[in-house]
Write a protein that binds this ligand. Structure first.
Ligand code: ZN
Length: 332
């Protein structure tokens, strides 16, 4: 069943996506005269059909949509927003930081998005054929999003009011530079990919992105841990009831991950690619690009951990290519 009624005014539409997590959640919230969506799946016939079914389950049609609010501008969260805006003129909201970035990569220069991934992979020691394949995969994502909507920017701390729906917007950089969560008046936290119930959200270092995304992420977890959350509604997986408990698990996961990463850095140094192989691709042969965890996510995440350790003074970096991290003199 792709549509689950969570509360009388709240539906979760589980949309199929061709990525490792398998589905993305779009939340449909009834408002005074219609409904709004939090996130918008991919622009595929399957996602569109799931949305139609969600609206029908709520006794609504496309014309009843009052707004689309996007937690962040990753393809599986924004895909249908532009189509909906084009067809019914619906307002699309996105945090100001993310809106700026998203405009640049999805509208003005898609090559920038491709290069942000391929430059990062190449800099961190990934072999050229794998870099080229990753670049082709990123390039193909564009058609799952176009057209990109004209978003209305939101500010950190702002209260968004739409047709009787009211929620505070909180900037939570880490998973993406301009990621945001929304806490509504009933204690429901639409948390996007900031906190997921089953997996640790991907935190990647990208060329042109914020310089220490893992530090951003850990700060963002602490920022939202003690919010009065009754239930958190994530971008993938089931609702989270023990909010602070799940946040603590993720903080602990990264504490352990940082220690594991540090322990894998030999005296002569390592690259993020080598570390990603050790952390994510045990047993992968050098000839084949592994598929279980997408390469850019694995290498980006390893690089984010190495960069956190460097900025904490425990590693030093030698800019390559490839970029090599070594233990700092006298570091514990
Ligand atoms: Zn995401």
């Amino acid at each position: 069943m792709p549509v689950v009624c969570l509360e009388p005014d709240l539906f979760c539409v589980r949309m199929p996506i061709p990525f490792p997590l398998g589905s993305v959640n779009v939340y449909l919230v009834r408002t005074r005269h219609g409904a709004l969506l939090v996130d918008a799946g991919l622009r595929t016939p399957d996602c569109f059909a799931a949305l139609q079914e969600g609206l029908e389950s709520a006794g609504l049609s496309f014309a009843d949509l009052r707004a689309v609010v996007l937690t962040h501008a990753h393809p599986d969260h924004i895909g249908l927003a532009g189509v909906l805006q084009e067809r019914i003129g619906v307002s699309v909201y996105l945090l100001d930081v993310e809106a700026q970035l998203a405009r640049r990569v999805w509208v003005e220069d898609y090559g920038f998005r491709v290069r942000a991934v391929t430059d990062m992979l190449r800099a961190h020691g990934v072999p050229d054929p794998w870099v080229e394949e990753a670049g082709r995969q990123v390039a193909r994502l564009r058609e799952l999003v176009a057209p990109f909507p004209q978003p209305t920017p939101l500010a950190d701390g702002q209260v968004l009011e739409v047709d009787g729906f009211s929620a505070r917007v909180l900037w939570t950089p880490g998973h993406s530079d301009g990621h945001m969560v929304l806490l509504d008046a009933c204690g429901r936290l639409f948390c996007g990919d900031h906190v997921l119930p089953e997996v640790s959200p991907n935190i990647s270092l990208y060329a042109g992105g914020r310089p220490n995304p893992l530090a951003d992420y850990l700060d963002s977890l602490r920022k939202v841990r003690d919010l009065p959350v009754i239930v958190a509604l994530p971008g993938h997986g089931d609702p989270v009831v023990d909010w602070a408990g799940r946040v603590d698990q993720l903080l602990e996961h990264h504490r352990l991950r940082l220690e594991a990463a540090y322990a894998l850095v030999p005296r002569q140094g390592t690259t993020a690619f080598r570390l990603a192989q050790q952390l994510f691709f045990q047993g992968a042969s050098d000839g084949a690009c592994p598929q279980e965890v997408p390469l850019p996510l694995a290498v980006g995440e390893a690089a984010a951990h190495l960069e956190w350790l460097r900025q904490a003074g425990r590693l030093v970096r030698e800019d390559g290519p490839p970029v090599v991290y070594r233990p700092a003199e006298g570091a514990l």
